[in-house]
Each structure stands twice: as structure tokens, then as C-alpha cells.
Write a protein that binds this ligand. Structure first.
Ligand code: ADP
Ligand code: MG
Length: 434
């Protein structure tokens, strides 16, 4: 279903940009969440080439041209971009929007001689174990962690470390295979096998689960300094409902954390980015504040997904984060002042998580979409689809983003919208295998 989306940068002037920019930008990913970024790039007067494996990728409809290549297949994307550059037109910059493919972007940048983070930084950002080892070596505060080689090894670690722990694949995303181990009830063989099944390289790690407020940050590093307009309190109200899976139910802006903790988070993000060797580039942080001290859960070297960079940050602060990231990808240096929040409006995001079963009816979408304070209302299932129990983030069935002058008003409105949107399902009785 097409989302209702009010882009937060419709007011931005494009006339001047059009005169000075006639360059080509390759955007890796044409998925739904990349669409607002593609629109922003077009608005900046760029010639936009989108690459994606899916010939029906929604971003293709808005792009000037497209390349068919899997975002995860860096060799295919590099080869296709190289061919495009030689046979069609030069590419001036490469970026990804809402896809976790920093290695693909860095490889294209390196092969085509474009601005970007180093391959080594991208490699560290693509492997949670390598990242944590680098952070540990550089003294970046993180939870205790260890690689896990087998379920026997996991049992040994549990015996030594005790609960609570988090088990996760080292190279997946979207909370797939991320499990919170809280006590002896959990079957460790099952947990190990499940987590491992989500790792393309069959590798798993464990960390101490740190309780405390969780925040998402999004920053642009300029000359080694982090500018962090993106700062959201993540909502984990369903930690127990979906246990042992860790499912986030959106987030709220501006943050309610005290200023001095927010400052410590910003400093930590900068320290972590420098540890990964990123002095120019975008970093998206998952941070937990444990006993008043921020620790890094992970740092992604790319623009965020979940409409954080395209909607929540500009609505909350007036900062055109995607536009500035695009400038960086083209080799320009954003003005630091362009990354300083101009205001702090309330923004709240909540997800739709219907009962598992076959979808028989969807209602409330037209009504909610008409509310002026709803900036985004997106339903990701249709009648006839099977909704499975929610075990990771892509499995969430829809999302709303509300905005209001104050944070609490935005939260109330998002919760009201979720209450109005109904996805009715009927249980499916699986027939036994013949
Ligand atoms: N050590 C930890 N302590 C507390 N929460 C954690 C920890 N590790 C992961 N989480 C929670 O699980 C979520 C998903 O884990 P993460 O490592 O970010 O993997 P993914 O790449 O799937 O996002 C995090 O955003 C965080 O909420
Ligand atoms: Mg994460």
C-alpha cells in the first residue's frame, strides 16, 4: 500500500542548487525507505541513478536511470557502476539510503575514485565482532563481549558470565537473530542455532545485556568532528512481550535524557567514529545508557533506515540531514551550521504489530492519513498476507510518524493513530506435513 508521506523538505529551495549541480549520484537501494532520499537528490538538481536487484524497486520510478544489481553483492554493483560510468555517463558520488551496505558503497567509491569512507572502515562497520574488537582496543566504552564458536561454548560462557546476555549474528541486521538470554529457561542449543542461521558467514557473538535507556543517534563527521542532529529515545516497551526477541516500537524526539548525558552520548559517537577511521561520513549509533554511562551497541557507517534520516530528524530539528549527506558523498563539505538543530519539535514513531494470522481486513488508513499531524502512515501488509509472529524489525506490519509542537503531544497522536489503524487477522492452522 502506498504510504502517506509528507516530506519534511518540501519547503527547501532548489533553484540555486539546480544551477550549480548537474552531477550524477548513484544511490544504492531503490527500496521504499530510500524513496524520500531519491526525491531529495532529484530536488537538488542531481542526475539520479538508482541500483537495486529488484526490477520493481519503487525508487526506480523516480530515478533518472537505474542499474540492476543486488545491494549486498558488492562485486556485481561495482562492475555495473563501472560499466555505467564507461558507457553511459560519469558518476560523481555514491551513497546508500536506508540499506545496510557500507561495504558496497565503499567498494564502488574506491573503484570509481569517488569520495567515501575507506574499505577498512566499511569492513569494521559490517562486522559486529570486528567492530567491538576495534572499540575495545581503542578504549571505546562497550558492553562485555565474546565470540561464540558452538552451543557448547555458549553454555560455558553462560556458566562463567551468568545472565543477562545478548546473542547475535555478527553480520546481520534489523534485529534478526538477536536474542536476550535472561535465565536458565532458554534452550541454548536452539538460541545458538537460530542466531547462527541469520549470519551469512555462520558467526555468532554474545554480549552482556545492559539495561538502561537506549538511543538512536545520527551524525555527520566533518574533519573528525561529529555533528549529531539525530537524537531519539528508542521505545522498548515490548521487551517482555516479544522475548527473547528484542523488538523496538519506534522512538520519541526530542530526547528526555539530561543534557549532560546527551553530551556524553555525542562525545561517545565521535570517539567511536574515529575508532572506525571515519573522519568524513555519516554514522548512525545504537547507544545504551547503562548506570548513567553511555556505551556503544553498534555504529553503522551509513544513513539510517526506518525514516529516521528522511523524516524524524528533519521534522524534529529542521536539519536536512539527507541533503548534507548527499553533498558529502559528492565531495563537498557541509557547513557545520547546517547540521545544528534549528528547533526542537516533538516527533513520535510507533509500529503496527498485529496478531499473527491471515490478514482479512485493514481499516483506518484513510482516516489516519488525513490527520495533519501524521507525517507518515505506511502499511506493509495487504489482505491475504500471512502475518507471522514478530521476531525482527522488518516483520513489523506498518509504521506511523506523528509530529507536534511538543514531544508528549506527538506521542499521544502516534498512539492514537496506531489505535485507529486496524489489521484484522484470523489464526492459520498449519496443516501437518504429509
Ligand atoms: N549488549 C546489549 N545491551 C542491551 N541491548 C542490546 C545489546 N545488544 C543489542 N541490544 C538491543 O538489540 C538491538 C539489536 O541489536 P544490534 O546489535 O543493534 O543488531 P542489528 O544490527 O540487528 O540492529 C539493539 O538496537 C539493542 O536495542
Ligand atoms: Mg542495530
Amino acid at each position: 500500500m502506498r504510504p502517506k508521506t509528507t516530506l519534511p523538505f518540501h519547503h527547501l529551495s532548489t533553484a540555486k542548487e539546480k544551477k550549480t549541480e548537474a552531477r550524477a549520484l548513484l544511490i544504492i537501494s531503490g527500496g521504499l525507505e530510500a524513496v524520500p532520499g531519491i526525491i531529495r537528490a532529484k530536488q537538488m538538481g542531481l542526475y539520479v541513478v538508482v541500483s537495486d536487484q529488484n526490477p520493481e524497486a519503487p525508487g526506480f520510478a523516480l530515478a533518472d536511470d537505474h542499474i540492476i544489481a543486488s545491494t549486498y553483492d558488492l562485486e556485481a554493483t561495482v562492475a555495473a557502476a563501472w560499466h555505467y560510468q564507461r558507457t553511459v555517463r560519469p558518476i560523481d558520488g555514491v551513497i546508500t539510503i536506508a540499506a545496510d551496505v557500507p561495504l558496497t558503497v565503499a567498494s564502488v567509491a574506491e573503484q570509481l575514485g569517488l569520495p567515501g569512507i575507506s574499505l577498512e572502515s566499511a569492513r569494521l562497520a559490517s562486522d559486529k565482532l570486528a567492530m567491538k574488537q576495534k572499540f575495545a582496543a581503542d578504549g571505546v566504552p562497550i558492553p562485555w563481549f565474546s565470540p561464540v564458536d558452538s552451543s557448547e561454548h555458549l553454555r560455558q560462557i553462560v556458566a562463567e558470565q551468568g545472565f543477562p546476555l545478548v546473542l547475535k549474528p555478527v553480520d546481520s541486521r534489523g534485529a534478526r537473530g538477536v536474542l536476550r538470554l535472561v535465565g536458565p529457561d532458554i534452550d541454548l542449543d536452539w538460541a545458538y542455532q537460530l542466531s547462527r542461521s541469520f549470519s551469512p558467514t555462520g558467526r555468532v557473538m554474545v554480549e552482556r545485556f545492559l539495561p538502561g535507556p537506549q538511543v538512536s543517534t545520527e551524525s555527520i563527521m566533518i574533519d573528525g568532528l561529529a555533528y549529531t542532529p539525530g537524537f531519539s529515545d528508542r521505545n522498548y516497551e515490548y521487551l517482555d512481550r516479544y522475548a527473547p526477541y528484542i523488538i523496538e516500537n519506534g522512538g520519541d524526539l526530542p530526547s528526555r535524557l539530561p543534557d549532560q548525558i546527551q553530551q556524553a552520548v555525542r562525545e561517545l559517537v565521535q570517539q567511536a567514529a574515529l575508532s572506525l577511521g571515519i573522519t568524513q561520513g555519516v554514522v548512525k549509533g545504537d547507544i545504551v545508557v547503562f548506570e548513567g554511562q553511555p556505551r556503544v551497541i553498534e555504529l553503522a557507517a551509513r544513513l539510517s533506515g526506518g525514516y529516521f534520516c528522511t523524516h524524524e530528524i528533519p521534522l524534529n530539528t529542521g536539519v536536512d540531514l539527507v541533503g548534507q549527506a548527499i553533498r558529502l558523498a559528492l565531495g563537498e563539505k557541509p557547513e557545520p551550521s547546517s547540521l545544528i538543530p534549528r528547533f526542537q519539535r516533538g516527533v513520535a514513531q510507533r509500529y503496527l504489530m498485529p496478531e499473527p494470522g491471515r490478514v482479512v481486513r485493514i481499516s483506518g488508513v484513510d482516516e489516519v492519513s488525513r490527520w495533519p499531524d501524521i507525517a507518515l502512515c505506511e502499511i506493509r501488509v495487504k489482505v491475504g498476507d500471512l502475518v507471522r509472529p514478530i521476531t525482527n524489525h522488518p516483520a513489523r506490519a506498518g509504521v506511523v510518524i506523528a509530529t507536534a509542537e511538543h514531544r508528549q503531544q506527538a506521542i499521544d497522536r502516534a498512539v492514537e493513530a496506531i489505535g485507529c489503524l486496524k489489521i484484522d487477522t484470523v489464526p492459520v492452522v498449519e496443516s501437518p506435513p504429509k
